[in-house]
Design a protein around this ligand. Structure first.
Ligand SMILES: Cc1cc2nc3c(=O)[nH]c(=O)nc-3n(C[C@H](O)[C@H](O)[C@H](O)COP(=O)(O)OP(=O)(O)OC[C@H]3O[C@@H](n4cnc5c(N)ncnc54)[C@H](O)[C@@H]3O)c2cc1C
Length: 396
């Protein structure tokens, strides 16, 4: 493969950083373009399934990631009104026996730095902060990118890892907006000492309610407590009035268990994520340009797999580029066909699971009864298609 020009990766989020690292380890020169001035500063918790650990091994960062991880003994779903346990997936010894790798929670900043630090150590990755992608031209034998501040950067090929609102995707598939689902999320990390005493638990816990949920778990050796509160709104997420906003949120959470109210009291409600996904598409590559992660297949967080999918994409893509020996169009087609059904299933099943989490009335009682009957084996079978992971391609 000619090494005169680099491969350009747009977006140094988890997917972009993993792609840059994956390519660097194959001897490919990379420029990693990021619009933000500072990298790896977005702080909240993230859960990782066992499927992503073989990817970390490929990227040479498994030990670093494990050192920063919290290992929950169980993933629990609790009923948000009664507080009773609806389902329990053990994530200890039996889980490790079944899936080989662990289920962990990690501070996103720590995970990001594991990837970015390894990129910095690689001689063939140039990280370019304050470099916002504007447009791309495929010239047949290379690509030419224009940045928002008027610079021109050429590369052998372009990987759009620029997230949910991807500009590279607009270039490939045209204008179509993400689909907001009428829910917003708030993420807060507080020192463990500031968390109400009775909520300080080691498990990953999802409190499931009618139109709302909270996810809680500890981070960084249980010194921090991560809370994600989600609720259904009409259009309130666009409102600036903090008091009106809090009033609507509290009304939605009116029936919630007192423990959930204790968590809401310590939350920062100023920062909001309007939750959205996109309906899956079959193709996200053309010539020397492709997409990965949220740019290609953004999903609701029902399975806590968006970042895991982005990292899987990155490793499969690096393998396909290696196999392509300079034929980027062929490599991108193979990568796309390896990834399309798995990622589309995550997106579509996440929509169904989202409904399932937020059931009310008798549907909620039916769900709780059915879930309570599930054995550990049943729980493992439900997620095996994700957690058993992927095989890397051996030929194009
Ligand atoms: C509430 C919530 C909880 C979640 N929990 C989990 C979880 O537990 N586990 C999990 O696996 N996933 C989780 N996810 C999903 C996960 O956060 C995303 O799927 C993942 O971060 C996607 O990574 P990415 O690299 O594709 O995109 P991003 O992380 O969005 O990165 C895109 C990067 O591109 C940059 N960029 C954008 N435009 C440009 C441009 N024009 N030029 C240059 N750079 C640009 C951005 O600044 C950013 O750095 C959660 C998501 C939400 C909303």
């Amino acid at each position: 493969m000619s090494n005169e020009l680099p491969v350009l990766v747009i977006g140094a989020g988890l997917g972009g950083a993993a792609a840059a690292l994956g390519l660097a380890r194959k001897g490919v020169k990379v420029k990693l373009l990021e619009e933000a001035a500072e990298l790896g500063v977005i702080g909240y918790g993230i859960q990782l399934g066992p499927n992503v650990f073989p990817m970390f091994r490929e990227l040479g960062v498994e030990t670093a990631v494990l050192a920063k991880s919290h290992f929950p003994p169980d993933v629990l779903m609790l009923d948000a009104v009664s507080g009773e346990t609806v389902s329990r997936m053990p994530t200890g010894a039996s889980f490790r026996e079944r899936f080989r790798d662990p289920y962990v929670a990690i501070h996103r900043v720590d995970l990001h730095h594991c990837l970015l630090d390894a990129c910095k150590e690689a001689a063939n990755v140039e990280i370019m902060p304050s470099t916002a992608f504007e447009s791309v031209e495929d010239l047949g034998d290379r690509v030419r990118v224009k940045t928002k501040d008027g610079r021109v950067i050429e590369g052998l090929a372009l990987i759009g890892a620029d997230g949910l609102g991807s500009g590279v995707r607009r270039h490939l598939v045209g204008e179509e907006k993400p689909v907001p689902i009428g829910y917003v999320a708030h993420r807060t990390i507080v020192p463990m000492s500031a968390a109400p005493e009775h909520v300080r638990r080691k498990e990953v816990i999802l409190w499931a309610g009618d139109g709302f949920h909270i996810v809680q778990y500890p981070l960084r050796d249980e010194t921090l407590f991560n809370i994600v509160a989600v609720f259904r709104t009409e259009n309130i997420y666009e409102r600036a009035d903090e008091k009106a906003y809090r009033d609507v949120l509290m009304k939605t959470y009116a029936s919630a268990h007192p423990t959930m109210h204790d968590m809401l009291r310590v939350m920062d409600l100023k920062r909001r994520w309007v939750l959205a996904d996109r309906t899956p598409i079959r193709h996200w590559s053309k010539g020397r340009v492709t997409l990965l992660g949220d740019a290609a297949h953004p999903t609701l967080q029902s399975y806590a797999q968006g970042a895991c999918m982005a990292i899987e994409d990155a490793v499969v893509l690096a393998r396909c580029i290696e196999l392509g020996k300079g034929d980027f169009a062929a490599a991108f087609k193979r990568y796309e066909s390896e990834r399309v059904l798995r990622t589309a299933r995550v997106v579509l099943d996440s929509r169904s699971l989202w409904e399932f989490y937020h059931l009310g009335g008798i549907a909620r009682d039916v769900r709780n009864e059915a879930e309570r009957r599930k054995t550990e084996d049943d729980m493992f079978r439900c997620v095996a298609w994700i957690y058993d992971g992927v095989k890397l391609p051996e030929s194009l």
